[in-house]
Design a protein around this ligand. Structure first.
Ligand code: ATP
Ligand code: MG
Length: 400
């Protein structure tokens, strides 16, 4: 009896030296967590591959079902560290059994892709005691398929599909692969605090740092009722999308209303955004310390808006002790939008709910602020109290 299994390929991890084992253990643990809702599964490694299948002797209905096995496949490719994955059929037996199973597999494939007319067989023989060498397996199976599917022909240069056969402890047959998100397993590069707004940029920034192995917590500055309940829900939804890649996440919702109103009242309008950002950074840093995060992450990109000029960035940085990582700093908006679509966040990000930065935005913000400007802007504000209040008054913590 053949059954569905997933073959996943590791990428950059295989270039690691002595601590490769640590990365592999983390990757398997992340896969286990990502697949926790799919029932009992066995996840094991053999050389540079990871196999996912039923636990021995316990049939998993999610694997037997075509639709849900594809969902498992998709979830696997979302785990950082996986380069690509294929859904394969696994079975035992000799060359005849390989032929029969290949026939069944191709039948299924053609019913999904009636447009496929040409193919090629590629075989790998890991089990050297198998009495046929790889080229012989290709010839035998290829010939058998040609006999059974008169509509198909062989094209070795540009086939519509490649049928892969692997002979190891068991036999495997599959065609095609789904590309993964590459990167390094989350949990191998510490933890960062993402400043998550409802926009396009910050979810992508979080995704990018997670792709380098960083675990994430997030903080959102909410100015209810100036920013609506829907705006907050949108951020929660975005946090869920990012956590599909980065795993468990704590999302802090800071009650920012009073702080912003104080700023609007007591500091010059043209410095409002930067004054606000400096307070945001300090609150985020406190929360980061509490959670054991070692850096802050924002979705800023050089020159995109007034607060993202080099001068404004410098003045914002001054209040932070932790590094502020800005993975989008050199990306243009279109490139960020492409990434946003790729991670499935775009449709949510463009929902038209206001953000606290847009509600209280100045008509002519200073694009090249000087030191005197910020000193003057903050002179009538009790920044320490604002930061303290932000970290306590009405602070909400949601586990994502
Ligand atoms: P985004 O698309 O992520 O909203 P943006 O292009 O709108 O970014 P800004 O509004 O200047 O740019 O925000 C820059 C960064 O500051 C954001 O990417 C985010 O990291 C952080 N940020 C802005 N507003 C908030 C907020 N309300 N809560 C948390 N972080 C915020
Ligand atoms: Mg924004």
């Amino acid at each position: 009896m053949a059954k569905n299994v997933i073959l996943a390929r590791m990428g950059e991890i295989t270039l690691k030296g002595l601590n490769r084992g640590k990365f592999e253990i983390q990757l398997k643990s992340n896969l286990k967590y990502r697949l926790r809702n799919f029932g009992k599964l066995s996840i094991y490694q053999s050389q540079s591959r990871i196999w996912i299948e039923d636990k021995h002797g316990i049939e998993n209905p999610n694997f037997a079902d075509e639709e849900s096995s594809k969902e498992i496949l998709k979830a696997v490719t979302q785990v950082f560290g996986i380069v690509s994955a294929s859904l394969a059929r696994k079975f035992e037996g000799d060359l005849d059994s390989i032929k029969e199973n290949s026939l069944e597999y191709v039948k299924g494939l053609l019913s999904e892709h009636p447009e496929y007319k040409t193919f090629k067989v590629e075989a790998k023989r890991g089990d050297k005691s198998f009495p046929y060498k790889s080229p012989q397996i290709c010839d035998e199976v290829g010939g058998f398929l040609l006999d059974n599917f008169p509509e198909l022909s062989v094209n070795v240069k540009q086939p519509d599909f490649i049928l892969n056969i692997e002979v190891r402890d068991y036999n495997y047959v599959y065609a095609g692969k789904v590309m993964g998100h590459r990167g390094l397993p989350v949990g191998t590069a510490g933890k960062g605090m993402l400043l998550l707004s409802g926009g396009i940029d910050s979810p992508v920034a979080g995704y990018m740092m997670a792709s380098r192995g960083m675990q994430l917590d997030a903080v959102y500055f909410h100015s209810f009722p100036y920013t609506s309940e829907q705006a907050k829900q949108k951020v929660i939804d975005l946090a869920k999308i990012v956590s599909g890649f980065s795993g468990k996440m704590n999302l802090y919702i800071v009650n920012f209303t009073q702080i912003q109103l104080d700023m609007v009242k007591n500091s010059p309008e043209d410095m409002l955004t930067i004054t606000m950002r400096r307070v945001m950074i300090q609150i985020a840093e406190r929360l980061a310390q509490k959670e054991g995060c070692k850096c802050l992450i924002t979705g800023e990109s050089l020159g995109q808006v007034a607060s993202q000029t080099l001068e404004a960035i410098n003045i914002t940085n001054e209040v932070a002790k932790m590094p502020i990582l800005r993975p989008l700093i050199g990306l243009d908006k279109e490139a960020t939008c492409d990434l946003s679509r790729k991670i499935g966040a775009f449709e949510t990000s463009i929902l038209p709910y206001e953000d606290c930065c847009t509600v209280f935005v100045a008509k002519h913000p200073k694009t090249h602020p000087k030191h005197e400007d910020i000193e003057f802007a903050e002179s009538k504000l009790d920044i320490a109290k604002m930061v303290e209040d932000g970290c306590t008054q009405g602070l909400e913590k949601i586990e994502i």
